[in-house]
Design a protein around this ligand. Structure first.
Ligand SMILES: NC(=O)c1ccc[n+]([C@@H]2O[C@H](COP(=O)([O-])OP(=O)(O)OC[C@H]3O[C@@H](n4cnc5c(N)ncnc54)[C@H](OP(=O)(O)O)[C@@H]3O)[C@@H](O)[C@H]2O)c1
Length: 485
């Protein structure tokens, strides 16, 4: 049984507010009014006659408090849209004192998250706690108890999604996760509902605000990666430990979920090729700009003739491309589909109320649909459970893209013919070649080559040969390019 710590954590002098106890038996009563009666003339009943959707929340941090506050502030408009009140009735946190200062007396606060997922009066568990081990156990327990789950936890779903979605399917409950992907951008809803008539060809997204902020700073101010990261940390755009963001892992978590919704494939994080931005040099960002390109960290999921490509990496896109106009910490997702064509979605990719907006949208969907049978609901991964099929995911060596190459060469050396020969020997065709002044070393030139689309395995052969040339100083820098049309 959960223990209500609330009374003991109220600050001294705070008036104690009487509130209705959170009882399990009331659940049965709602079932008559709210669920079973869905086939009865519910629409003719006054709104207030429909029982509230009772929410238990795990966590009251950045996302949790945003969810609570937006729910309070916009309760009226949310209920007008839902036709049923949504009430956050119980919250699990570690620091009860802090939480008591943030929410009304009517909310039961507990420090045991299992008290929430096991409470029989809770209809939906909102998991905004983070982490993967405990969160997995809690979400699976909530599902086993027949509760719907809304989560903003992309790491949890990317790593344990297959198990979690299968459990939810078996129990006939929903796992909703708009807040786990692009936050204020309703991209899961767009894929699952708006674009449902389409075959998706590809998705390409700027789906990590921290890295987009860093890349924007490197481009606009010419600063190094390290300086841009330090600035992002000072301004609150990057965590104290930014590894997941700058190494591309966070974007890969989100891409995994986007790909499942777009292509009807299982959640398969381990198949994503992941490269972050830590190795990027501001020299290449400046050269790219000179040549009419912009460097973005993109998550790309693409259908090819053999199966799928799933990859996160720095990418040159033309400066005139819409994705190049996404600056600072903003996110955008572009989708190419056969009927709708190219569509693009833009918005904040992080933030307290921005994520709350997505979490509450999922709650509204649930409040509207809990009276229906499970198979009539929009499926969690956009495709019916039995239609989800794994497609082969291409090894990164086999993926074809164009490349930007930068070779630092000794000035006055006659390198161009041998560079072209080595590329040609490896069947890498050159689209453009420029010899530029090196920005930091007057004894060097920078030879910048843009290639036609080629496989990495071929390019690697050429690079190995080029790096043996005495006139080539250091390593050849490579960045993939995408036209995304
Ligand atoms: N922040 C964003 O902009 C954003 C955007 C999209 C998705 N997300 C995802 O949303 C989730 C939450 O992120 P956040 O930024 O809100 O995290 P956060 O600010 O660190 O908040 C975490 C909350 O969970 C509580 N908590 C952690 N472990 C607990 C435990 N064992 N028992 C009880 N309570 C526990 C914490 O309680 P105490 O406060 O008492 O310590 C805190 O209230 C993560 O999965 C994150 O990836 C975040």
């Amino acid at each position: 049984m959960y223990q209500d710590h609330r009374a003991s954590v109220l600050p001294p002098g705070r008036p104690k507010v009487e509130r209705a106890p959170l009882r399990a038996e009331s659940h049965t009563k709602w079932a008559t009014v709210g669920y079973a009666a869905a086939t009865q003339p519910v629409l003719s009943a006054p709104l207030h006659a429909i029982a509230p959707l009772r929410v238990g929340m795990l966590g009251l941090g950045t996302v949790g408090i945003g969810t609570y506050n937006v729910m309070q502030r916009n309760a009226e408009v949310i209920e007008a849209r839902t036709g049923r009140p949504i009430e956050i009735v119980m919250i699990a946190v570690r620091n009860l004192q802090r939480a008591a200062r943030l929410v009304d007396d009517g909310v039961v606060l507990v420090d045991d998250p299992f008290a929430v997922v096991n409470h029989p009066a809770i209809d939906v568990v909102v998991e905004v706690m983070g982490g993967t081990a405990l969160a997995r156990d809690l979400v699976l327990q909530a599902i086993a108890n027949g509760k719907h789950v809304v989560t903003a936890n992309k790491a949890l779903l990317a790593e344990h999604g297959t198990e979690i979605f299968a459990a939810a399917q078996a129990q006939g409950v929903v796992v909703a996760y708009e807040g786990a992907v692009a936050v204020s951008i309703p991209i899961i809803k767009a894929l699952r509902e708006g674009l449902t008539a389409n075959r998706i060809e590809w998705i390409a997204g700027i789906i990590n605000g921290t890295t987009n902020y860093i890349l924007s700073e490197m481009k606009d101010k010419g600063v190094s990666f390290a300086n841009a990261l330090a600035d992002a940390q000072t301004k609150g755009y990057a965590e104290a430990d930014p590894t997941f963001d700058v190494e591309g892992v966070d974007a890969a978590h989100k891409l995994t979920l986007l790909a499942s919704n777009a292509f009807g494939v299982p959640v398969q994080f381990d198949k994503v090729h992941v490269e972050g931005i830590t190795q990027l040099d501001s020299v290449d960002i400046a050269f790219a700009e000179r040549l009419g390109y912009c460097v973005k960290l993109l998550g790309i999921a693409k259908r090819n003739t053999q199966g799928l490509e799933l990859r996160v990496h720095p990418t040159l896109v033309a400066s005139s491309h819409l994705l190049a106009q996404v600056h600072g910490s903003m996110n955008a997702v572009m989708v190419k589909s056969d009927a709708a064509g190219v569509t693009m979605y833009y918005g904040a990719g992080a933030g307290s109320e921005q994520t709350a907006s997505a979490v509450i949208a999922d709650l509204v969907d649930l409040a509207r649909s809990t009276g229906t049978v499970h198979r009539q609901r929009v499926p969690s991964l956009a495709f019916q459970h039995n239609a989800i099929v794994a497609l082969p995911v291409a090894a990164i060596d086999d993926v074809q893209t164009a490349y930007y190459l930068r070779l630092d060469v000794s000035r006055l050396s006659r390198t161009m013919p041998s560079v072209l020969n080595h590329l040609s020997d490896a069947q890498v065709r050159v689209y453009q070649l420029d010899v530029l002044d090196h920005p930091t070393d007057p004894d060097l030139n920078a030879m910048v080559v843009l290639t036609e689309p080629t496989q990495l395995r071929l390019l690697r052969q050429a690079i190995e040969a080029l790096e043996q040339l005495p006139c080539i100083i250091g390593f050849v820098k490579t960045i993939r390019m995408e036209s995304l049309r």
